[in-house]
Design a protein around this ligand. Structure first.
Ligand code: ACO
Ligand code: ZN
Length: 225
C-alpha cells in the first residue's frame, strides 16, 4: 500500500481523484497513466461506435425535438446491419455480456435513438418470443436500509406459470450522459408501435430478459409494477 502511494507524485496535475470525461462519461483517475490510456481507448471506440453518418435509406419510426428513432430489420442493407452489430457489441461490453448470441437473428429488430448531434445515444434490441414469466416484486422489510438501496436490490421472483408474450427486450441501453431523459421509454414506445406491422403491442406483451439493476428500475417504472 505504501509503495503504491509513493508512485503518485504531485507533478502539478489539476486532478487527483477520479474525473469523469464530459464527452464519453467514463470515470477514471487522471493521475494514473494506465487509467488514462484505458480511457483514451474506450473514448475512441465509443465515439466511433455511436457516430451516425446518415443513411440513404433509413426507417424513421418516431421523431422528437431532441432526436429520432430508427428501426433496423434483418433484411436491411449491409451498412445498417453492420452498424447495429457494432452498437450491440458496445452495449454487450458495457453490460458484461460475453459472446451472447441472439435467439433468432433473422427476426431481431434493432431500434436506435439518434440525437440531433448525430450520435446513437440509445439502443433497444427486440426479438419475437412466445412466452415469458411475470416478475413479482418481492416485498422485503425495510430495516436499516435506505429507500434507494431497497429499490435497487429488491428481490425479484418469477411466477411459475408462463404467460403469452410477443416481444422480448434482449438489450436496452442509453448513453451514460443522456440517461433519465426518457430515451429508453421512447425507444420502448417505438417498439410497441412498430415491432409488428399494423398492430400495437401492450406492455403485457413485452418482456425483459435478465435485467440489470438499472434495467429493473427502468422496467418497474415503465411497466408500473
Ligand atoms: N434508477 C431509478 N429509476 C430509473 C432509473 C434508475 N437508474 N432509470 C430509469 N428509471 C425509471 C424512472 O422512473 C424514469 O423516470 P424519471 O426519470 O422521470 O424518474 C423512468 O424509469 C424512465 O427512464 P428513462 O429516462 O426512459 O430511462 P433511461 O433513458 O435513463 O434508460 C436504462 C434506462 C436503459 C436502463 C439506462 O439506465 C442504461 O442504459 N443503463 C445501463 C445499461 C443497462 O443496465 N441496461 C439494462 C440492461 S437489461 C436488458 O437489456 C434486458
Ligand atoms: Zn472520454
Amino acid at each position: 500500500k505504501e509503495s503504491e502511494d509513493q508512485l503518485i507524485i504531485d507533478a502539478g496535475q489539476k486532478h487527483f481523484g477520479p474525473v469523469a470525461c464530459s464527452t464519453c462519461g467514463m470515470i477514471y483517475s487522471a493521475a494514473s497513466l494506465e487509467d488514462e490510456a484505458q480511457h483514451v481507448q474506450y473514448h475512441r471506440r465509443l465515439m466511433e461506435g455511436i457516430r451516425y453518418m446518415g443513411w440513404k435509406k433509413e426507417r424513421v419510426v418516431a421523431k422528437y425535438w431532441d432526436g429520432k428513432i430508427l428501426s433496423i430489420s434483418p433484411d436491411d442493407p449491409k451498412y445498417a446491419l453492420k452498424k447495429a452489430e457494432e452498437v450491440r457489441e458496445l452495449v454487450d461490453t458495457e453490460l458484461g455480456f460475453q459472446q451472447s448470441t441472439l435467439v433468432c437473428p433473422k427476426k431481431t429488430k434493432t431500434y436506435l435513438f439518434i440525437s440531433n448531434e448525430k450520435k446513437i445515444v440509445g439502443c433497444v434490441i427486440a426479438e419475437p418470443i412466445k412466452q415469458a414469466y411475470r416478475v413479482i416484486a418481492e416485498p422485503i422489510s425495510p430495516q436499516s436500509v435506505s429507500r434507494d438501496t431497497l429499490d435497487r436490490h429488491r428481490a425479484w421472483r418469477c411466477s411459475t406459470t408462463p404467460q403469452e408474450a410477443i416481444c422480448g427486450i434482449s438489450r436496452i441501453w442509453v448513453f451514460a450522459l443522456m440517461r433519465r431523459k426518457g430515451i429508453a421509454r421512447r425507444l420502448l414506445d417505438a417498439v410497441k408501435s412498430s415491432f409488428i406491422y399494423g398492430s400495437y403491442l401492450t406492455t403485457d406483451e413485452i418482456a425483459f430478459s435478465d435485467p440489470t439493476p438499472d434495467g429493473k428500475q427502468f422496467a418497474s417504472s415503465y411497466c408500473e409494477i
